[in-house]
Design a protein around this ligand. Structure first.
Ligand code: GLP
Length: 234
């Protein structure tokens, strides 16, 4: 694991942009992308950069179950707003939150993942150590699943919704095994509320109780932190 600590999220985003640029330049064009507030500064930089993603493929980690792509809190809406509408990609994939047959949607997504190995995977981290929506206890060998969100995650994501009851209780998530397939993984974490999860991910045991800890076993991981998120590292 390579760990880089920056003064703030804007400085961190410059470095992540450079990694996107290098990946593209080397001819690698399949990107696993994440949502949440953490990657917003990175996407803002990509949008204003001169990088060309018109031959690239984007595959997102997850989507709330029950929200369609027009819903302002859906991850499809987020990606269109923050990145795809302004910086077009050749192909973009995200689970269909209103799929009538969840198992068929899971199978469809797993096929997309098999056919498009990721060169670079972007991750955030939940306060409970989740990656994607793979909550504590998720099998490290998991593929795409329809997951039940924990109370902690519902609580943390409530800030984006009017009321707690509006937060979906389930989501489709790319599995941990598929996340680990990527050649290079960048996990970003900003803010003091991520400091405990960051410390456990880097310094704690590798355990399914802290999903992000599995990144210790991947051979090319870059952890990008601001000073607050890094504040509990020893
Ligand atoms: C969400 C997403 C994750 C994200 C995490 C942190 O629930 N499913 O992909 O990394 O929680 O979100 P944020 O970046 O807003 O703190």
């Amino acid at each position: 694991m390579e760990i880089k600590i920056f003064k703030n999220a804007n400085d961190a985003a410059k470095t992540v942009e450079t990694i996107f640029a290098k990946t593209l330049k080397s001819g690698d064009e399949v990107f696993g992308l994440a949502t949440g507030s953490t990657p917003e500064t990175t996407y803002a930089r990509l949008v204003t950069s001169d990088l060309d993603f018109s031959n690239a493929t984007a595959i997102n980690l997850d989507e709330y179950y029950g929200l369609n792509s027009d819903h302002p809190q859906s991850y499809a809406y987020f990606m269109n707003k923050h990145l795809f509408n302004k910086k077009p990609f050749k192909h973009t994939y995200i689970p269909n939150g209103i799929a009538e047959d969840p198992q068929a949607e899971i199978d469809r997504y797993n096929k997309i993942l098999e056919e498009n190995p990721r060169n670079l995977q972007i991750l955030g981290i939940g306060t409970n150590g989740h990656i994607g929506f793979n909550e504590p206890g998720t099998d490290f060998a998991s593929k795409t699943q329809l997951v039940n969100l924990t109370e902690e995650t519902i609580e943390a994501n409530q800030r984006f919704f009017k009321k707690r009851e509006d937060v979906p209780k389930q989501a489709f998530s790319m599995g941990i095994d598929s996340i680990l397939d990527a050649d290079h993984i960048i996990l970003m974490a900003f803010g003091e509320n991520k400091a405990d999860a960051v410390k456990d991910m880097i310094e704690g045991p590798v355990t399914e109780l802290l999903p992000a800890s599995i990144l210790q076993k991947h051979n090319h991981v870059t952890i990008i932190l601001d000073e607050d998120a890094a504040s509990k590292l020893s």
